[in-house]
Design a protein around this ligand. Structure first.
Ligand code: B12
Ligand code: SF4
Length: 502
């Protein structure tokens, strides 16, 4: 059986990093780890090809070659997934679909032959066994959660690694918290399940032996969801990196990381350089409405700074539009984001994703207006907000316009660098980074609307924080992307910024 593993195209969004990736000549942020994991669970003798539409095209020759298409995706890839499935069916392939998009809304994809939903470690073996017997069913669902210790080493060799900015590894799934708007707990449960330390080390060894030297994203929902397990893993990562060059880590964590000195130190020592933290809002009423208990009754700014001072770059998720939010929330968020020095601030309108407690509550209250968009940074919501949709959208646009204006953005980067204590990493200066710097000089420092801010930041960093210079350049490039996405997606502006067409 010849299998095409197809990952649909992402639209141009906040996390696509499209405008930033061009500076380092990469096509996508990371490979589709779900499909690479599925590939490792298929019979070894089946020929397999990965077609990630974010880095390549689906060619007629691929469709002619294959017998079966296995499609994955998130909600945001819906449209591209529809097109892919239609092409596969027109070419006579058996279409099999799995992953979060289909797990949540498979009824909307009539053309698909087999849905292998939830965690593939449970449902895929059942599908394969039925297929062998000649009795494959239409829908496979799991009745529990997978044992991560049974998850195989993903087949990264199917991916053209040169096209990606980072590689992905997964240690745990699930999160112990219970935020009302989050569908992670519905998809993956509240009891974090982990791989063994040996599995993770074996995966990193595999990536390294395939030649990967660069950033590795631990795609955990919350790496410290099981703190004891995280503390067991970290020393092994320290040991692993001892004789390795050029590999750093990033991940997602809850804010209570700031309370645990041992974890903070351990993560920095293990090579974690960036963490994404769901901060959501400085408004206590909204946090308690969302059941975001871990963010309550703490000085959120101080927590962020503690992580920055330990040596990690903090990215943050923010939400406006909670029932408890009043129109003053926009100013409060603006001030908080500026003071936190969180350059990569993903701000979205509250949406109700399928499977969440928020979805169920708003359904009962008759306040749902349609399906969630799947994109967090867009002036759309599928709920009727208490403050009124127009007030919410106007406030949101003003907020984004402000925080991604060059003056506010570069000011924020400087606030961060004042706090940040960069870890001593063994330097691995690759040509792509050097070229990215020169591209930033041309596109941001010469042609960019932000040129004055760009040069001020670079000079300030050079004299005051020389060790943070690479970080300053990286954040200047990120800022270009975030501004472009906000202008195109939310503010519907096209100010004639230079196209980074290289
Ligand atoms: C890594 C990640 C990213 C990376 C993506 C890298 C990439 N190339 O895919 C980045 C950071 C770019 C990202 C961005 C976003 N993400 Co994201 N992301 C994740 C995360 C944390 C891990 C995904 C992963 O690699 N998992 C590991 C693999 C092994 O698991 P898996 O993909 O689920 O695959 C398993 C099963 O689903 C199944 N399976 C998967 N595919 C298939 C296919 C077949 C045929 C079969 C049989 C089985 C199968 O088998 C696998 C093994 O069990 C998940 C959360 C999560 N825990 O899954 C969110 C998640 C996928 N993201 C989500 C969202 C919403 C987004 C954003 C829209 C957020 C935003 N702010 O805008 C953006 C959109 C991306 C974009 N470019 O615009 C949602 C999707 C919800 C949904 N219903 O679609 C998730 C589930 C998080 C959440 N809060 O709910 N994301
Ligand atoms: S802490 Fe993050 S992953 Fe965990 S439930 Fe809350 S939003 Fe979801």
């Amino acid at each position: 059986m010849k299998v095409l593993l197809i990952y649909p195209r992402f639209p141009d969004t906040f996390w696509s990093f499209k405008h930033a990736l061009r500076f380092i000549r990469k096509s996508a942020f990371g490979p589709p780890l779900g499909l690479l994991t599925v590939a490792a669970m298929l019979p070894a003798e089946w020929p397999k090809r990965l077609v990630d539409l974010n880095v390549t095209d689906l060619r007629p020759a691929d469709l002619e070659w294959a017998d079966m298409a296995m499609v994955s995706g998130m909600g945001i890839q819906r449209e591209s997934a529809r097109e892919v499935i239609a092409r596969c069916k027109a070419a006579g392939l058996t279409a099999v679909a799995g992953g979060p998009l289909f797990t949540e809304e498979y009824e909307r994809f009539g053309e698909v032959d087999h849905f292998v939903l939830d965690e593939g470690e449970i449902t895929l073996p059942r599908f394969l066994a039925d297929l062998k017997r000649g009795t494959p069913q239409r829908v496979y669902r799991a009745d529990g959660f997978a044992d991560m210790r049974q998850s195989p080493v993903p087949l990264w060799e199917l991916a053209d690694m040169r096209r990606y900015a980072s590689m992905a590894v997964q240690f745990s799934r699930g999160c112990p918290f219970d935020c009302e708007f989050c569908n992670i707990t519905a998809l993956l449960g509240r009891m974090p399940r982990t791989k063994s330390t040996e599995q993770v080390v074996a995966e990193l060894d595999r990536l390294y032996s395939l030649g990967w030297r660069g950033s590795v994203f631990f795609v955990d929902d919350n790496l410290i969801g099981d703190r004891r397990a995280a503390k067991e893993l970290l020393p092994a990562l320290v040991e692993w990196r001892r004789d390795k060059v050029g590999v750093t880590f990033s991940t997602q964590v809850s804010i209570n990381l700031a309370d645990d000195e041992e974890l903070l130190r351990g993560m920095v020592e293990a090579g974690f350089t960036t963490v994404f933290v769901g901060i959501e809002t400085p408004c206590e009423e909204s946090l308690s409405e969302a059941h975001k208990a871990q963010n309550l009754r703490r000085d959120l700014l101080e927590s962020v700074r503690r992580i920055q001072r330990a040596g990690m770059h903090v990215e943050g998720g923010f939400i406006v539009g909670f029932d408890s939010d009043t129109p003053s929330i926009f100013r409060r968020q603006m001030e908080f984001i500026q003071q936190s020095g969180i350059a990569a601030a993903m701000v979205g309108l509250l949406q109700a994703p399928y499977g969440t407690r928020l979805y169920e509550r708003l359904k009962r209250e008759g306040r749902l207006t349609g399906e969630p968009s799947g994109n967090n940074v867009v002036d759309f919501t599928n709920i009727v907000p208490k403050m009124g949709l127009e007030v919410l959208r106007d406030g949101y646009r003003t907020l984004l316009k402000h925080i991604y204006s060059p003056a506010a953005y570069y000011e924020r980067v400087r606030t961060f660098l004042k706090e940040y204590c960069p870890p001593r990493l063994r330097v691995h200066l690759d040509w792509e980074s050097v070229l990215a710097f020169f591209r930033s000089v041309y596109y941001l420092g010469i042609r960019g609307a932000e040129r004055v801010h760009y040069w001020r930041l670079l000079l300030w960093t050079l004299f005051r924080r020389p060790r943070s210079f690479p970080m300053a350049v990286t954040l200047a490039i990120y800022g270009f992307h975030f501004r472009r996405v906000c202008e195109e997606q939310v503010l519907r502006m096209n100010r004639g910024l230079p196209q980074a067409s290289f």
